[in-house]
Design a protein around this ligand. Structure first.
Ligand SMILES: C[S@@+](CC[C@H](N)C(=O)[O-])C[C@H]1O[C@@H](n2cnc3c(N)ncnc32)[C@H](O)[C@@H]1O
Length: 381
């Protein structure tokens, strides 16, 4: 299954929307700040662009998308101020491409652009404010070319590159028994499942870097963050347990005859949390980028929510009263479209995510669930 056909974050601004349930992704963006500032300053020093091309890949919709580009502009502004003191280059124009898959809620994103342009007013005279900043939507997969050759100076992508271009494909992986009752790599997955996932990640990340290598000018920068793992074992709990619990919730529905068991066996998430070595190997193999920073950091499953500091309190969505519910809403906002496309409308999402939230609450009793995020800064050679 090609991801391009079915993946989109939950649209709009309702209770289950990505806009209302993306606080953990916001925290990840906040973790990027100092690396992003350094990368943008270096990029401006290296390239001195008159027209600066910027892209946010996998921008989605909701507050995070505009937060990212506001941060980038504000960094350009402060870097420019710094350079002004030392009489250096000011970009006359900034061209920003917001990219996501075609089913993304671009309408919602565009509706919030006036707020963004209003904020830009304060930079007027420095990058010619509103008149000098052009934002557009670019619909397509980042696993391929999206922009003209050498048109970008800085590229950002957060919480997106752990999505593969498709469900890993091997003849064996298609045999439903192979990953029975599981929807991602698990302790019981045979080697061929693990290999199929790694091979798809390798192919995709290589294509991603190759495409950006054509689009980014020499000296330009790229900051990426996505989920990974810190052990060689791809079935390690950190990086995969969110899928394990979701599989358990699905299996409990199947045991009550609410969904077909075979549907679970034939579903595999198009997601991969690589190890640092796997990421480094692909960057080195592709060869167009210098690694300036490649470090993992930890983030709690419900970080950034009001529930993260206590075992039960309310959050942005009114029905959320426990940490488990908060996490379940966050994951629902991301995976619902994919589940619907595989299981069809017979899968009652409210029921599934109610069960999932309970499993997560139990998990919180015994552990502090974390994601490992890789923060990567690259410079185009
Ligand atoms: C969890 S959201 C992250 C959104 C935003 N960057 C943030 O940090 O909040 C992941 C986004 O990546 C997008 N995405 C996944 N695969 C993609 C691909 N191949 N090309 C473009 N966008 C993709 C999804 O549609 C989704 O909007």
């Amino acid at each position: 299954m090609e991801l391009v056909q079915c993946l989109h974050m939950n649209k709009g601004e309702g209770e289950t929307s990505y806009a209302k349930n993306s606080t953990v992704q916001r925290e990840i963006i906040l973790h990027e700040t100092s690396i992003m500032k350094e990368a943008i300053s270096d990029c401006m020093r290296n390239t001195s662009p008159k027209t600066m091309g910027i892209a946010d890949l996998g921008c989605s919709s909701g507050p995070n998308s505009l937060m990212v580009i506001s941060e980038i502009i504000s960094t350009i502004y402060s870097t420019t101020n710094y350079y002004n003191n030392y009489s250096s280059v000011v970009p006359e124009e900034v061209v920003i491409g917001l990219n996501d898959l075609p089913c993304n809620d671009f309408n919602d994103l565009f509706m919030h652009l006036p707020e963004f342009y209003n904020k830009l007013e304060k930079y007027k005279g420095i990058i010619n404010g509103l008149d000098g900043c052009f934002v557009s939507g670019v619909a397509g997969s980042f696993y391929g070319r999206l922009f003209p050759k050498k048109s970008l100076h800085f590229v950002h992508s957060s919480s997106s590159l752990h999505w593969l271009s498709r469900v890993p494909e091997t003849e064996k992986l298609d045999e439903e028994d192979l990953n029975k009752g599981k929807i991602y790599i698990s302790k019981t997955s045979p080697d061929c499942v693990v290999k199929a996932y790694l091979s798809q990640f390798h192919k995709d990340f290589l294509t991603f870097l190759g495409s950006r290598a054509v689009e980014i000018v020499s000296g330009g920068g790229m900051v990426l963050s996505f989920m990974g793992r810190i052990t060689p074992d791809a079935a390690a709990e950190v990086g995969s347990h969110q899928w394990e619990l979701l599989a358990q919730a699905l299996v409990s529905m199947a045991s009550e005859g609410l969904i077909e068991e075979e549907k679970i066996d034939s579903f595999n998430a198009p997601y991969y949390a690589p190890s640092v070595e796997e990421v480094r190997n692909v960057i080195e193999e592709e060869g167009s980028f210098i690694i300036k920073h490649l470090q993992p950091f930890e983030i709690g499953w419900d970080e950034g929510s009001s529930s993260s500091s206590s075992s039960s309190s309310s959050s942005s969505s009114t029905n959320i009263t426990t940490r488990g519910q908060h996490v379940a809403y966050t994951i629902r906002a991301v995976v619902e479209s994919m589940l619907e496309s595989h299981f069809g409308t017979s899968l009652i999402m409210d029921d599934l995510f109610y069960r999932y939230a309970q499993l997560i609450d139990n998990y919180f009793f015994n552990t502090r669930p974390i994601y490992i995020i890789f923060l990567i800064s690259l410079t185009r050679k």
